[in-house]
Design a protein around this ligand. Sequence first.
Ligand code: IDC
Length: 482
Amino acid sequence: ALIVAGSLILGGGIAAAEGSLPTSGSAGGTSMSPSYLTDDAGRSLILRGFNTASSAKSAPDGMPKFTEDDLEREHADMGTNFVRFLISWRSVEPEPGQYDQEYLDRVEDRVSWYAERGYKVMLDMHQDVYSGAITPEGNSGNGAGNIGNGAPAWATYMDGLPVSPQDRWELYYIQPGVMRAFDNFWNTTGQHPELVEHYANAWQAVAERFAGNDTVVAYDLMNEPWGGSLQGPAFEGGPLAALYQRTTNAIREVDQDSWVCVAPQAVGVNQGVPSGLTKINDPRAGEQRIAYCPHLYPLPLDLGDGYSGLSRTLTDATIDTWRDSVEHIAGNVLGGVPAILGEFGLDTTLPGATDYIDRVYTTARELGAGVSYWSSDPGPWGPYLPDGTQTLLVDTLNKPYPRAVAGTPTEWSSTVDRLQLTFTPNPAVTAPTEIYLPESGFPGGVDVAGADIVNWNPQSRLLTVETADDAGPVTVTVTPAG
Ligand code: IDC
């Protein structure tokens, strides 16, 4: 019944998107020209990596179970250049108005591991079902928890309403006590105007720490927002947009350059329903540095089906409407901003898993979107099992990709032993275009057509090339030396 309801909702989404967006979409319309985050050299960044990690949610010190060796293995096996690193409000602000600098030291320490390997980091203020404090047994300290997590215990006001045990973690969202905790956070109750102010100020404390850090390029303001008794556009265009604006303003008082990433309501929009998010204004001088970072969790896969049969058909329909919605919000509503797929993922043992993963990365590529897969935690969803065995994710993700492009990419594609990239060079960019090539497809030398090789480093697996910048679009093709 849920699937039937889902497909009806999605059907409505398709109609609405086509009606209001004649030039957008994947079904034959003009494709949008994606925007990209840029590095200090002005190059367009194509970001590929993981969420690291769910294990941080319940850790008393707020750190994921993820070592520098784990990062080294990930880097060597898949050539990732990006991480969506989980942080939490309860760790940043353990007592009202007190920001834990030792916690930020620990985050900074992890960021330095990524810096050494040329990664870019997006800090994600994670929450699920508000806080660990929603249940006494789920709380491993001040709002830490492996189901509910995020907000500190002192900011959790359930007004005596109950939270009963649920089989699925998502179902906690509609428990009365959780609904009330959100209603108090958004001040729908009129009782707690201070909470959103604390939240914005906590972000300012984080931004103050990382403003001068070139590795941290983005702040994902809130994981999977939930409006409590306010849902859909009333929530997204109301208190959610207001919180984003307030937090953006607070961040810009201390950090002018990092991207501020905003996400829609998760429930529904993750499954392809159009978002009602409204414009956020970036007070920084110059171009806006807002990004849109939605998640994608098609309902059939969420319910445990594989990517085959009817489930595959419904999932494909979800991806199409989801994509239309991303183009609409990033392109039209937020004003032509870059997109980052903050989360998608599945149990890699399900039928069709490889096809689904390829399909999502193709969509992200066409949208110009960065991707952080959920998640790097050991297990069947991740790249490694707890004993270190690789899942199929490692080989599926370990493909060539352009990491930093000296201009604007218009199209690119790759297989394990071939990469083709078309871009319009930006004459203001002097740094070369940087391309990752896996050892599996490129065991020796490389052949490059359409550009000159600056450097090929078989250890780092990075190829840099340069092109004449006086021309229009150039196409670069990279294959193994014959
Ligand atoms: C899941 C974890 C799971 C944990 C649960 C609740 O995999 O172990 O019990 O969170 O904390 C999301 C969330 C992300 C979820 C992920 C997978 O943002 O925190 O992690 N997911 O369920 N939204 C849709 C899926």
